[in-house]
Design a protein around this ligand. Structure first.
Ligand code: ZN
Length: 152
């Protein structure tokens, strides 16, 4: 199941284009997350499919992730973090992994519209899922506060 995150991300970009226009409301993927976890609990999805974080995502999780208070929904370790990716003009094709509030503020001050994605990753078992996306920069002025609020 290589690249599941990116499949989800591409899907999110498509959803984002239609849903994000006209406001800075974020898109919440918690329902999809719960669906994935429920499928695993019912035995429909194997743990290797569920916990398939790619090496780069794991690395980003270790070095750029913000710790979450809740335990990993799969292995229940405290290695659960959130990684924030931002996509847009003049950013790498694979997205910028945002490591600081200052960087986020700077990105949000851009005139071009950007898209931020929050991915939950377990550094222990490799569980990963998109949890939220929202627009940044452009006309979206208040978005940064909400993104910064995620995970402390
Ligand atoms: Zn885990």
């Amino acid at each position: 199941m290589r690249g599941r995150l990116w499949t989800v991300t591409v899907m999110a970009v498509k959803m984002g284009l239609t849903q994000a226009i006209g406001g800075d409301a974020g898109i919440d993927y918690r329902l999809m997350r719960e669906t994935a976890l429920a499928a695993w609990r019912k035995g429909k999805v194997s743990i290797s499919e569920l916990c398939d974080a790619q090496p780069e995502l794991r690395r980003n999780a270790e070095f750029c992730g913000r710790s979450l208070e809740s335990p990993c929904p799969v292995c229940e370790s405290d290695g659960l973090v959130e990684v924030i990716y931002v996509f847009g003009p003049r950013l790498p094709g694979h997205g910028r992994c945002v490591t600081s509030d200052r960087e986020m503020t700077r990105l949000n001050a851009r005139k071009q519209e950007l898209r931020g994605y929050v991915v939950e990753v377990c550094t222990d078992c490799g569980w990963n899922h998109l949890t939220m996306s929202r627009s940044l920069g452009g006309c979206s002025v208040s978005a940064v506060e909400d993104v910064e609020g995620v995970g402390g």
